[in-house]
Design a protein around this ligand. Sequence first.
Ligand SMILES: Cc1ncc(COP(=O)(O)O)c(C=O)c1O
Length: 373
Amino acid sequence: MKVSAEILNLVPYKPGKPIGETQREYGLTEVHKLASNENPLGPSPKVIEALLAALKQQNLYPDPSCYDLVKKISEKWNVPTSQVAIGNGSNEIIDLLIRIFCEPNDAILTSQAAFVAYQVCAQAARVKVRTVPLRSDLTIDLKGLADHFFRNPTANIRIIFIPNPNNPTGTSVGGEELDEFLVRLGNRDDVLLVFDEAYTEYVRSPKFKAASQFYQNYSNVIVLKTFSKVYGMAGLRLGVILAPEYVLEFYNRVRNPFNVNDLAQVAATAVLDDETYIQQSQKLTWEGLDYFYKELTRLQLPFVRSDANFVLFDTQRNANICFENLLKKGIILRPVGNYGFPTHLRMTVGKAPENKKAIEAIEKMLTEVPKIS
Ligand SMILES: Cc1ncc(COP(=O)(O)O)c(C=O)c1O
């Protein structure tokens, strides 16, 4: 069977190594996974309660319009219901946006070392991927993205993806740079500006501005949110798109009618009412990040200050060897060589005792894996 070159060359998304697999491979009982930017608190108690009650109705198809959830999001986030739609994780929404708005040989534009799903989804749809370099402080170069768009009018760039904050760098953009970007590219009818805001609840940078606050002023700005991070529902798969009505009309036409299962809808509706859980998740993350900064400074390992729930740090060693070494110690981190960082690891904030174990394992690893001179 003939397969296109794009599919033949597609490097699939590589998720964090599962705990069970690590236990089996290394004969370990205690394993801590700080590799997938999940919420270490477990699901909100309100979610568990709502899920248990909803189990009895699982013989029925889910509500294809996600009516209750859309209404709840509209109330909580102060957005019109007509500008909200739901996906099976934000990953599905990324995939659908590319399929809807790009034709084969059109292009998407994003930053170097941006969240890799944009590239995987584009390539699967035979759409070209164009990137601009990160700035030296590992922030996304918004001016560079706009310059690239205007310098390449024949590239058919249909969507610009801005992960804000970005994964795996943890950096965010905002301030005047963002204002200028929107002046130059906002309200155009030939390109969509997609702000992927998976981690905004963890942001502490004063310059940051959430696109959910300004997308309504533009006809081509889209916001993606996920319930996999601060809302602690990665396993249930639920993402949200906030967008102008015409975008959602196409989105709802193309998505599968039952793309979001009932349990995910019920859980997301419940967690939005659990302010305490959301605040606990934020507090745990910020304390964990500050602990990591202190310890990485002590270990003299350079790191990037993060507006997300993970930190990218430089092992100054071959990161794949460091990763393997840490696996044997029961700590799963994430190597990020595929993003162009061969000596870095990404470490998600866990509960305080896990964070301590991770740092102890790293400290030992530093004495076992040779430094690159
Ligand atoms: C920037 C960014 N966007 C989107 C996602 C995907 O989220 P979801 O679990 O909703 O598919 C992730 C997951 O890590 C992410 O880092």
